[in-house]
Design a protein around this ligand. Structure first.
Ligand code: PBG
Length: 333
C-alpha cells in the first residue's frame, strides 16, 4: 500500500484530542436557559401530566424550586405566566394586570437572585379568551392591535424588572412595537428583546398548551406560525426581526430545525441564536428514557451538542436542572 497524506482521523481515544476537534460545541451553564411556569394561585403546585417532572407553581413555591438550581449554577430563566383563576378576555387584560403572576414574581426573583438573567415570554395566548397569540376580531387576527398590546405587555414586564422580553406571538412588527414602547420609558439600554423569530407551526408544542392552559379555542395557529416545510419564510422572518434590531433571535422547535439555525448563523455570525427544545421534544426523550430505549445523559448530550454544532448559542430546555447537576462534576460537557 502506498503512502497517502489524506488520512483523516475520524476518532480519537483521548478526550482532549477529541474536544480540540469540537470547538464551540461544548455545553456550559451560559448555554442554558430554564423555562418555568408561574401560576396565579400562590400556594398551588400542579404537575403537568404530559411533561412528567415539570410543574406549574404559585409564587410561594418558586423559591424552593429554584434555589437548588441557582445553587448548581443556573444563569438564566424564561418565565411563563399561567392563569387558573383570573378571567380571560379578548385583549388578555390579565397578561399585565397587577394580579398577573409574572408581574408579581419579577421583583421577588430580582431580590432573591440578583445575578440571574430573567426573560419573560410575551404572548396573549395564556390570557386571551380564544387562546390565540394576538387579538382576534371576527375570527381573524388584528395585527396592529395585537402588536400594540404586545408592546404594552412587554413594557409592563420590563418595568417590573425583566432583563429580557421575549415575544413568542409571531405577529408582524412585534420587535418594533416592543422597542418603541421600551423607548418611551427609556428602557432600551436595560432591557433586551429576544424574538422567537423562526417559530414553526409544530405539533411538538402539544404538552406546553396543556401546561400553560393556552390551546386555541377555534382553528389553529397556522395563520401566523411558519409552515413546517418552509425554510424561506423562516429566513425572511429572522431577517426582518434582525432589521428591527432584536438583540437575540430564536429558532423553535429545536431538533427538527437545525438546518435553519445553521443558515441564520452563517448569515449572522454575531447575533446570539437561541434554540428552544420544546415540550414535545422533552416528552419524546423522557418517554424513550422511561422505556429503556435511550440513556438520558448520552441522548440529551448528543442532541445538545448537535444544537451547538448547528450554531445555537443558548438552548432553552426543561432539562436544565439535570444538565447543571452533571456540570457540577466537570467544568464543561
Ligand atoms: C406561546 C408559546 C408556545 C410555546 C412557547 N410560547 C406555544 C404555542 O405557540 O403554541 C411552546 C413551548 C413548548 O412547547 O415548550 N405562544
Amino acid at each position: 500500500m502506498s503512502y497517502t497524506n489524506k488520512v483523516i482521523h475520524s476518532g480519537y481515544f483521548n478526550e482532549t484530542l477529541r474536544e480540540w476537534q469540537c470547538q464551540n460545541t461544548q455545553i456550559t451553564p451560559i448555554n442554558l436557559m430554564y423555562p418555568i411556569f408561574i401560576l396565579d394561585e400562590k400556594d398551588v403546585r400542579e404537575d403537568i401530566k404530559s411533561m412528567p417532572g415539570i410543574y406549574r407553581q404559585g409564587l410561594n413555591h418558586v423559591k424552593a424550586m429554584l434555589d437548588p438550581v441557582v445553587e448548581s449554577g443556573l444563569k438564566s430563566i424564561l418565565i411563563f405566566g399561567v392563569i387558573n383563576k383570573l378571567p380571560k378576555d379578548q385583549c388578555g387584560t390579565h397578561a399585565d394586570s397587577p394580579e398577573n403572576p409574572v408581574i408579581q414574581a419579577l421583583p421577588l426573583l430580582k431580590k432573591w437572585y440578583p445575578n440571574l438573567v430573567i426573560a419573560c415570554d410575551v404572548c396573549l395566548c395564556p390570557y386571551s379568551s380564544d387562546g390565540h397569540c394576538g387579538i382576534v376580531e371576527n375570527q381573524q387576527i388584528d395585527n396592529i392591535r395585537s402588536i400594540n398590546r404586545i408592546g404594552e405587555i412587554a413594557l409592563s414586564y420590563a418595568l417590573a424588572g425583566a432583563d429580557i422580553v421575549a415575544p413568542s406571538c409571531m405577529m408582524d412588527g412585534h420587535v418594533t412595537a416592543i422597542k418603541q414602547s421600551l423607548m418611551k420609558e427609556n428602557l432600551l439600554s436595560r432591557v433586551s428583546v429576544l424574538s422567537y423569530s423562526a417559530k414553526f407551526c409544530s405539533v411538538f408544542y402539544g404538552p406546553f398548551r396543556d401546561a400553560a392552559n393556552c390551546a386555541p379555542s377555534f382553528s389553529n395557529r397556522s395563520s401566523y406560525q411558519i409552515p413546517v416545510g418552509s425554510s424561506s419564510i423562516a429566513e425572511r422572518v429572522v431577517e426582518r426581526d434582525i432589521s428591527e434590531s432584536c438583540d437575540m433571535t430564536m429558532v423553535k422547535p429545536g431538533m427538527m430545525y437545525l438546518d435553519i439555525v445553521r443558515k441564520v448563523k452563517d448569515k449572522h455570525p454575531n447575533i446570539p441564536i437561541f434554540i428552544y427544545q420544546v415540550s414535545g421534544e422533552y416528552a419524546m426523550l423522557y418517554y424513550a428514557v422511561q422505556a429503556g430505549v435511550i440513556q438520558l445523559k448520552e441522548g440529551l448530550l448528543e442532541i445538545l451538542r448537535s444544537m451547538r454544532r448547528a450554531g445555537g448559542d443558548v438552548i432553552v430546555t426543561y432539562y436544565t436542572p439535570e444538565i447543571l447537576k452533571w456540570l457540577k462534576d466537570v467544568p464543561i460537557l
